[in-house]
Design a protein around this ligand. Structure first.
Ligand code: MG
Length: 387
């Protein structure tokens, strides 16, 4: 068994939507393929993955630094103990050769996309869905149907009143009964009106989360906390700068409702600092680190272990990024649940048709690996990368 080539393709995200901080019209995602000389059922076995949604493609780092290291190391240096698959910890260590500690950022997404492609490859070599491979690796007992909520409620470039309600109604028609929307991109008064509009669909505050995308300083964070407290919302997400742990702690001291954060932490060390200094409360607050933008699943496993060392239950981990890869990770590691982007962030957002939504829970399909090839709108990008 040999890795013959590793490729990367930068794929633009579709749509023109915004949160409080960024517009996604220029965003791209790195789709990575690990090609092998293994043939199963007449087809070459290829590992596929991408870094997460809402960041940028990392083709430069992947092509200039990561792929040359992987190819120079050779396949034997990457194999697991049985020699029948790849050791993702060796993949991570090889990809990070000659990189200094710290400086997490775009590098973490570049390595994450590559490392996850090896998980896809491992699952395909065994002919099983990735969540089965992940559960075996981490020794977890997976629950196949996981809670899922529809993440949306963005600020649209065009359109008027009622658009948010219409969007959430579309998700409800698809079978979702929990939602997340953006705040902080309008005035507090306008956002309160938007929350009230969303609640006409969600019904109860416990079915609606709000996400400020790191926009607020302390005073604004508290003004919003005071305004949303009566709604009893599911959680108040990424309130201030993701690395301002003290701000998170101070808000947690003033706001009884659940707080969620972590999607912009790119390493286990960042996560440890959040656990030490962020004032996160076990049994209440939610962690959203995302393997695709933080060096992949080996590093993500370290983050979950740190959470548990600090007294947190892994069912309070809801990874950022509503897509196929994180669905398999959530199922395989027995986390709390996942988000879905059913209407946006194509071709990566949402799930393949073979994934079923059953009573607001999502069940992955039976395709080997992460099942990316089973997602209709992603197939053209995969074909482009492989041809
Ligand atoms: Mg968020």
């Amino acid at each position: 068994m040999r890795v013959t080539e590793i490729r990367e393709l930068s794929v633009p995200l579709e749509g023109n939507i915004s949160n409080a901080v960024v517009n996604f019209a220029e965003h791209t995602v790195s789709l990575v393929a690990v090609l092998t000389d293994v043939v199963r059922d007449g087809r070459q076995v290829i590992g596929l993955a991408f870094n997460s949604i809402g960041r940028f493609a990392q083709g430069g780092i992947i092509r200039d630094r990561v792929i040359p290291r992987m190819m120079a190391a050779g396949t034997d240096a990457l194999l697991d103990a049985e020699g029948s698959g790849f050791d993702p910890a060796k993949v991570l260590a090889t990809a990070m050769r000659n990189e200094k500690p710290g400086g997490h950022g775009d590098r973490a997404g570049a390595v994450g996309a590559l490392e996850l492609a090896f998980w896809d490859l491992n699952a395909k070599l065994r002919g099983e869905p990735a969540w089965v491979t992940i559960a075996r690796h981490f020794g977890t007992t997976p629950q196949e149907a996981m809670p899922v909520y529809a993440a949306g409620g963005y600020y649209y470039g065009t359109g008027g009143a009622g658009q948010l309600r219409d969007e959430l109604l579309r998700y409800r028609d698809m079978g979702f009964d929990a939602y997340k929307m953006k705040i902080g991109g309008a005035s507090l008064a306008d956002d309160v009106r938007r929350i009230e509009e969303a609640l006409t669909v969600a019904g109860d505050g416990s079915r609606l989360a709000v996400d400020a995308n790191g926009r607020f300083g302390f005073d604004e964070a508290i003004a919003y906390a005071d305004a949303i407290r009566p709604f009893g919302l599911r959680w108040y997400e990424e309130i201030g700068d993701p690395l301002d742990y003290d701000l998170n702690r101070r808000v947690a001291e003033c706001y009884d409702g659940p707080i969620a954060t972590g999607e912009n932490l790119f390493s286990a060390v960042d996560t440890r600092n959040l656990l030490r200094h962020g004032g996160m409360r076990p049994g209440r607050d939610v962690f959203q680190m995302d393997a695709g933008i933080s060096y992949g699943l080996v590093e993500y496993g370290r983050m979950i272990a740190l959470m548990e060392e600090h007294g947190f239950d892994r069912r309070f981990a809801f990874p950022h990024g509503g897509h196929m890869i994180n669905l398999h990770i959530v199922v395989g590691m027995g986390l709390g649940g996942c988000e879905a982007y059913p209407g946006v962030f194509q071709p990566f957002g949402g799930y393949a048709a073979e994934c079923r939504l059953v009573g607001s829970r999502v069940v992955p399909g039976a395709s080997p690996g992460f099942g990316l090839e089973a997602k209709d709108d992603l197939r053209p990008a995969i074909a482009h990368l492989l041809n």
